[in-house]
Design a protein around this ligand. Structure first.
Ligand code: HPA
Ligand code: ZN
Length: 329
């Protein structure tokens, strides 16, 4: 069973774990009214035509995240659910620019997440780190300021900042604009990852590797359009963090069976399965694993391979990786 294998979740937007009941609870604590009568009315809006239509609601809903406490409540709920899904290690994305524009500082965000990460370690034995994502549809100088602010906040608080990422609306926003920011992040010792090849073309994947020095590609399912690029990803062991339920709910494919999941595995790519924005896309890591198992008839040893891939693809310390690999059949 999936839950018995130790999985690393490497593509998880913590703001995308904000469930409607939590949105209502936080708004009530803050004495703020929401434009919906009940969580069910909000949940009924979770039908998306594409990535931008999802992002609109995603950014609107995160308006209830204002204090350290709010970020800790959000991440506590995620870790409890992730533990039930069999997640042993998480590298969670956060979008600091989406919070600083509302006056919420990078320090507040990182402190809240750090509290929840410490608790998850103590309660569940889950290890975790933070990847701060650049919003690619915003100006470069804003990304530069975000990087400075998260580095300073991590330095002050000791929050486990692992890396820099690239997310938000992809089409029309090629990776190369942020080469300078990613260079500086690497000099500061951060890992580099980037969303590419979700709605955008395979070329964006190549650009993320060549101009940003990306060590992992988030989504990346469109690489199959470019066999030379596939060969390079296989040769360089660059992982893809695939998010099956997300691809269906954002209409990248109409049905899960249309995902080229077998083709990616058969090409020898380092494929991992992840949940992206589970509160919005119909399921956490266990649900995503069950969905691909159902659609592609994965055998037990293929499921173990996905768990092994997730450990290899993670930025966990070597000792932690060895421990997790030791739990695999
Ligand atoms: N893609 C790009 N940006 C995002 C996503 C996603 O699925 N979720 C949150 N920000
Ligand atoms: Zn994502």
């Amino acid at each position: 069973m999936a839950a018995a294998l130790p999985f690393c979740e490497l593509h998880l937007h913590i703001e995308g774990t904000l469930e409607p009941p939590t949105i209502f609870a936080l708004a009530a604590e803050q004495g703020r009214a929401l434009p919906y009568a009940a969580p069910e009315e909000l949940a009924a809006r979770y039908e998306f035509a594409n990535l931008p239509s999802f992002l609109e609601l995603y950014y609107e809903n995160m308006g209830v995240l204002r204090s350290e406490h709010d970020f800790a409540v959000l991440a506590d709920a995620y870790f409890a659910r992730a533990h039930r899904a069999g997640v042993a290690h998480v590298e969670l994305f956060v979008d600091p620019q989406a919070h600083s524009e509302r006056g919420v500082t990078e320090r507040t965000v990182l402190r809240g997440l750090q509290r929840a990460i410490d608790d998850a370690g103590a309660r569940f034995g889950i290890s975790a780190g933070i990847i701060a994502c650049v919003l690619r549809d915003r100006p470069v100088d804003e990304a530069e300021r975000m990087l400075d602010a998260v580095l300073a906040a991590a330095g002050e608080t000791g929050a486990p900042l692992l890396g820099i990422g690239l997310d938000s609306a992809e089409l029309g926003f090629p990776p190369h604009r942020f080469a300078g920011v990613f260079d500086r992040a690497a000099e500061a010792g951060l890992h580099r990852v980037a969303h590419a090849g979700e709605e955008g073309p395979a070329d964006y994947v190549r650009e993320a590797l060549d101009t940003l020095g990306a060590e992992r590609i988030d989504h990346g399912i469109r690489v199959l359009e470019d066999p030379e690029l596939v060969a390079r990803l296989v040769r360089e062991r660059i992982p893809l963090t695939v998010c099956p339920l997300s691809n269906v709910r954002l209409r990248v494919v109409d049905r899960i069976e249309e995902l080229p999941f077998r083709e990616l595995l058969d090409a020898g790519l380092l494929v991992t399965v992840n949940s992206d924005d589970p509160a919005y896309f119909g399921g956490y890591l266990d649900d995503n694993l069950a969905a691909v198992q159902g659609a592609f008839g994965l055998a037990d040893d293929e499921l173990s391979r996905l768990a092994r891939n997730s450990v290899e693809a993670s930025f966990a310390p070597e000792a932690r990786k060895r421990e997790l690999l030791g739990r695999l059949p």
